[in-house]
Write a protein of this length. Sequence first.
Length: 370
Amino acid sequence: MTYKRIVGALIVGGALGVWGTADAGVRILTPDAGGNTATSMPVVAQPIAAPPPENTSMAQQTVAQTPAAQSPTGTPASTTPATILPSTTPATQEGLPPLPESKAFHDTLKAAMPLTAGQIAELREAINANRRAQEAPLSPAMPRIETINARIGVGAPPSVSVQSGYVSTINVVDAYGRPWSIVRFSVGNPKAFNVSVAGNSAAVSDLQPYAQSDLALYLRGESVPLMVALLPGVQGASGGGIVDYAVRLRVNAAEPGLPAPVGGVMGGANYTNALLSLVQGVAPAGARRLHVLGDPARISAWSWEGPRGKRLLLRAPATVIAPAWIATMQGPAGIHAWVLPDIKVVTVSRNGQPETISLQRYQWEDNHHG
């Protein structure tokens, strides 16, 4: 006879008592009449009540007596009833919730997290690639910074190349390069362009791709506005094109009420283009760089054959004291451009202090021309 589980066992009064559950029955072993261990006796399976709770008294529980079986010697086995006492060891599984079924657990996990970590990373990369394809231009725009000569109320107006997503700044200066303040403005298509003004600068943003319009800038002391054309940057089939990051508009006039700089004359047609290039750090064609002794910061000089003979070109954040300059123009960030006689020593004023600048040709040029 096969038994699957015995929960507890206790020897009471010379008999082995067993309580528990079994699929087919319970087997009890008792000593025989002679004191020798008898063979096991089969018993009829009877339902056995569960042991009483731990807080109850240690009352004995008697299982129904089973029919006596004959020992091998023929002596009836003891009919002493088997006494069952509750086990002092609690069942480890009693009171715990059952383990979840494997399929139910995996189904719940799948519903809560349908994607793996690798699939989530792949999905994010695909979303970023799609966003870049939608927002990035097919080819990047080419930035440009330039200086344009302009006349108020005369000739064709200067144009500024704009593109959607970029800000173009317009800085207005007079013939000497001094900032000329903008007092008010008017834009032709305010739905397509956003314009803001501060001092002598105007910031233009294109709100509609390929839109065109014009901009009227009213300068201090002038009743006639300076007109500017707002045009989309030239673009090809793959996008890109040109966008003006910064445009310096030099008006060929002095701001009303301001005197001309002391020491020279207005730039005029002979030196205007050279000065416009110089304030941006670009020497005119044919100019040769000179060595400034001591290598002071932000000071550069060139020897140049101009329309009226050989000249010295100087670019510095300073005011020339001597010699008398021929033409000058003010640039951004305190930079000034000067056209001077062909000399090798210049006296300037920086931060209110006089300073002497000595110039000489580079040694490699002397060797080349020697």
